[in-house]
Design a protein around this ligand. Structure first.
Ligand code: PEP
Ligand code: MN
Length: 316
């Protein structure tokens, strides 16, 4: 339940509502102030809530994620509409490795019909011995490459510390699979008021994934785009199990924008394009694909990096 209150009377209204046994949390909702009420709060008659001074409206929601339900279905990332009529192609290397590498790959992504450039500068690696990314320096290379080749740009943040400097220059912020459960990071990223691409954690249920999206919106995100990148499951010969059922539910039951990342699901280049097509067939509004023109030199996720030429014609 969401309770809209007069900006002047928020503290009083909050005190009264808490006195009734309702757990409330304050967040900004346009010009007014809204209080969200936990569904596990005591059942209080609506008439009693409406009678509290300062309460303007009570929005009942039977869904646990009312903000997601009300979110516009098309999310703008720079000049790119995600969830509109045209499926989007987001592509780039797993990691930004050098100024020359990201510029070459941005050129290749643009030449083969891509819309959004991706590339990690801080890499959340499973092994602490693996390449951890070039850091903040790479952010400037990534953004310059995207702008030079007319692409929108997104990158992942792994720390609250970096949110502001990333938000200042990119079109969308990625929250990675390993960070989906980090409430502190979700709050910090949401507060940047940017569109967010939210990857699904390795074993997250649909509900957990949706509620992480709700947390981003509650903190102020300008829109949430979900990204299915494969989950833990039995060994099917791929790195992860691409959950096309989850893509279909998000898109067809909830109407939400969802991308498919076949690269991290596959972990091997030979099945990246077939899995991309499976995700699109299930309802994905676009793809996120890792590409490299010199895979032998790639510093992370080399086995799944495909030739950028394979992007051509994928979504038409
Ligand atoms: C990535 O996009 O490079 C990445 C680390 O993905 P994930 O969070 O899905 O593992
Ligand atoms: Mn990767």
């Amino acid at each position: 339940m969401i309770i809209l209150v007069e900006p002047d009377g928020v503290a009083d209204a909050e005190r009264h509502l808490r006195g009734l046994g309702l757990w409330t949390r304050r967040f900004a909702s346009g010009a007014s102030v809204a209080l969200s009420v936990s569904s596990s709060s005591t059942a209080v008659p609506l008439s009693a809530i409406r009678a509290v001074r300062g309460v303007v409206a009570v929005l009942e929601a039977d869904s646990p994620h009312p903000l997601l339900d009300a979110m516009p279905r098309v999310v703008r990332v720079g000049a790119v509409l995600v969830g509109g009529d045209q499926p989007v192609v987001c592509a780039g290397p797993c990691s930004v490795e050098s100024e020359g590498q990201i510029d070459r790959l941005a050129g290749a992504v643009a030449a083969h019909g891509g819309h959004i450039l991706r590339g990690g500068v801080w890499k959340p690696r499973t092994s602490p011995h693996g390449f951890q990314g070039v850091g903040a320096e790479g952010l400037a290379w990534l953004v310059a490459a995207a702008r030079r080749h007319g692409l929108a740009v997104m990158t992942e943040v792994v720390s609250e510390r970096d949110v502001d400097r990333v938000a200042a220059v990119v079109d969308a912020i990625q929250v990675g699979a390993r960070s989906m459960h980090s409430q502190a990071l979700l709050r910090a990223v949401g507060a940047a008021n940017k569109p967010v691409v939210l990857k699904r954690a390795f074993s997250a249920s649909l509900e957990e994934w949706l509620l992480a999206g709700e947390a981003l919106l509650m903190a102020g995100a300008a829109g949430v785009i979900f990204c299915e990148r494969g989950v833990r499951g039995p060994d099917g010969g791929a790195r992860n199990v691409l959950d096309v059922g989850a893509i279909a539910v998000l898109r067809h039951a909830w109407g939400l924008p969802v991308l498919v990342d076949p690269s991290h699901a596959a972990g091997r280049k030979d099945i990246v394009i077939p899995l991309a097509r499976a995700g699109l067939a299930a309802g994905a509004v676009g793809v996120v694909i890792e590409v490299h023109d010199r895979p032998a030199e790639a510093l992370s996720d080399a086995p799944q990096a495909v030739d950028p030429a394979l992007l051509a014609g994928l979504v038409r």
